[in-house]
Design a protein around this ligand. Sequence first.
Ligand SMILES: C[S@@+](CC[C@H](N)C(=O)[O-])C[C@H]1O[C@@H](n2cnc3c(N)ncnc32)[C@H](O)[C@@H]1O
Length: 290
Amino acid sequence: MAPRAASDHAWASAIDERIERWRRRQALRVAPDLDRRRRSDEDPLILELLSSPGPSPETDDVIEAIATSRGTWSVSVELGRLLADLVRRFRPTSVLEFGSGQSSLILARALAANGGRRITSIDHEARFSRTAWEAIEKLPGVDARRVEAPLRWSLERWGVQRVYAGCAEVIAARGPHDFLLIDGPQWWYGREATLHLAVPSLAPGALIVLDDAGRHGERAILARWLATYPGLRWVADAPGFPRMGVAVLRWQGDRSAHWQARWTSLVEAPILRLQRFCRGRHAHRPSLTT
Ligand SMILES: C[S@@+](CC[C@H](N)C(=O)[O-])C[C@H]1O[C@@H](n2cnc3c(N)ncnc32)[C@H](O)[C@@H]1O
């Protein structure tokens, strides 16, 4: 049995590496355009917050819990701190989040410390964030709503994408949103379509935080978003931010959009499945949907 297991391993690794190379090539193709955009719109204040996100009394216990937990599903300690800093500094009145969990609790606590207001969180599987949301619902002054919305394939103006289904009305009804966190399942699998879903209800000046923005797939998404919306500015980039980078964008209010049809996800879907299958054979590798 041993020789067979070894050859299986080599086969799975070879495919896995090829897919990673393909993703890296995609990211490299868009890199020059990203660099140009980033240089023109950086915001020194947000860059400063990114360089040293500080502790905050209202969220420290949640952050402590993230630090001591062994899972990698929640935001990093540093991103938790950054989110609290951004809410304290920019005082949003309506937060929209894709990908519920500890991040929701941090955002809701920071809102409560500001005197309250609204948070709307969308997730395809609410069971993972039950405990956090039980705590959120007890916070005074915070109008909190979590919506479970399945991720479905959909033919959109932007191509074939996975879209959180059935939540557009709630998002619109609870808008306009002046803070958006995108932290659903990775890449086009749960992130790319979220901005398109949120755009109709974003307030001018809204901040958009994309977790894991140093990853190849997320960089390709950033490039497509920026090419689609002239009203989007990339104000801070930290590809080395723990764990896999973060980017902050600002919505300027111009809702015009360039056509960006992208059909390649038809090809990417089976590729992602294949990679997940390969990675299943390597327990030490991070999960695909973190
Ligand atoms: C990156 S996680 C989102 C984490 C969230 N923002 C937080 O800070 O906790 C992306 C998605 O993974 C799912 N998820 C969370 N914990 C999970 C687990 N233990 N196993 C599988 N999926 C999980 C959730 O549905 C979530 O939307």
